[in-house]
Design a binder for this molecule. Structure first.
Ligand code: DAH
Length: 356
């Protein structure tokens, strides 16, 4: 009788284990048969003591075999299900011995960093920071700053003129009589007249921004780069004021070791006009491809604001005078860090950008 019960329960366990799909189900089954208080197999084993004494050893042996077999089957199923769970969770398992994943932390572009420093220095000298459009009318980009229509900069070869659907795009300028062609601004000087119109004189401002030239690129030239324009208009402004401001910015950004020189230069928006050169930091002024073996790099165009420009901005040139300048932000960064190719800035190459 009892022997049959043991055989039956063994078969039951085998059948139920076949249907077991999860470790939770397996635990339930384990309780059902083996729990100390109410397990079905446990109860059967307890019945042995009610048998006749001569029966007990034989049935006891059978009971032990069934129990042992059942336990082995449980162990097998437990290990199979465990492997399956591990496989599913392979990616979720935390292994503290593996090296960690490095978090990539973003940072500001080197030009943004240096632009902010330049802004700080000018702000400390009472300049304000002004913005202007990159897509500009020929009026503000050229005419208003006294660049005549025959000037080579206005050539199609040098400037990006805007077409859409094959049609030249035009801009209407407030108060202007004509429509003006639209260009990608070739310099930040487009904001000189805009700033005077908006704020009048006296004025002290800088205009950092992106500019565009239609030209072949090389180590010194890019089609897209950044300038910082400066404009100071007040009563009795002279070249001495300009030199003082230039000195301050060079000392603050590049340090005291840099030499500058001012020489005459022509720009339609200034009279007189000059160029500021910097001693080349890349070759300690010995001569390299960046300075074209001269030891000097052109850093900045500047001059005393032309009366026509003041007039275009609504400022009376008999009362006010001023200076203006424009320099390349890339050039400043190149001198500071010894970068020998301007094309790196817009390359998006993280091996380059990550160094700053
Ligand atoms: N706009 C000139 C350029 O892009 C730079 C420049 C020269 C700006 C003289 C000025 C200036 O304000 O007075 O090359």
């Amino acid at each position: 009788m009892l022997q049959e019960k043991f055989n039956k329960i063994k078969q039951e366990i085998i059948d139920e284990l076949k249907r077991t799909k999860t470790l939770e189900q397996l635990e339930d089954l384990n309780n059902k048969y083996f729990s100390r208080a109410s397990g079905e197999l446990t109860k059967l084993v307890k019945e042995i003591k009610n048998l006749a004494e001569e029966e007990r050893p034989r049935i006891g042996k059978i009971a032990n075999e069934v129990k042992k077999e059942a336990e082995e089957l449980f162990a097998q199923v437990r290990s199979t299900l465990g492997d399956k769970v591990q496989g599913e969770n392979k990616d979720k398992v935390f292994d503290p011995t593996l090296p960690g994943k490095k978090q990539a932390i973003g940072k500001l572009h080197v030009l943004t960093q240096i632009r902010r420093e330049v802004e700080e220095v000018f702000l400390s000298m009472g300049f304000m920071v002004v913005d202007g459009p990159e897509l500009e009318s020929e009026w503000y980009n050229f005419e208003a700053v006294n660049v005549p229509s025959w000037h080579p900069a206005r050539d199609m070869q040098d400037t990006f003129y805007i077409k859409a659907n094959g049609k030249r795009q035009m801009a209407k300028v407030e108060g202007g009589e004509e429509n003006y062609k639209l260009v990608m601004r070739t310099h930040t000087s487009n904001v000189q007249v805009r700033a005077m119109e908006k704020y009048g004189a006296p004025i002290r401002c800088i205009v950092p921004g992106r500019v565009f030239r239609n030209e072949a690129t090389d180590a010194r030239h890019e089609h897209t780069f950044h300038q910082v324009e400066g404009l100071m208009v007040d009563k009795d402004i002279s070249i001495a004021n300009f030199k003082a401001v230039m000195d301050a910015i060079i000392k603050a950004i590049l340090g005291p070791d840099f030499k500058t020189r001012i020489r005459p230069g022509f720009f339609p928006f200034v009279e007189p006009g000059f160029e500021v050169d910097l001693s080349c930091a890349l070759c300690q002024a010995k001569g390299c491809r960046v300075c074209k073996n001269t030891g000097w790099v052109e850093f900045c165009g500047a001059g005393m604001v032309h009366p026509n420009v003041l007039k275009a901005g609504g400022v009376d040139p008999t009362k006010y005078s001023g200076f203006a300048f424009g320099f390349g932000l890339e050039r400043l960064a190149m001198m500071r860090y010894g970068i020998n190719d301007i094309r790196l800035f817009e390359s998006g190459d993280l091996r380059f950008l990550g160094q700053f």
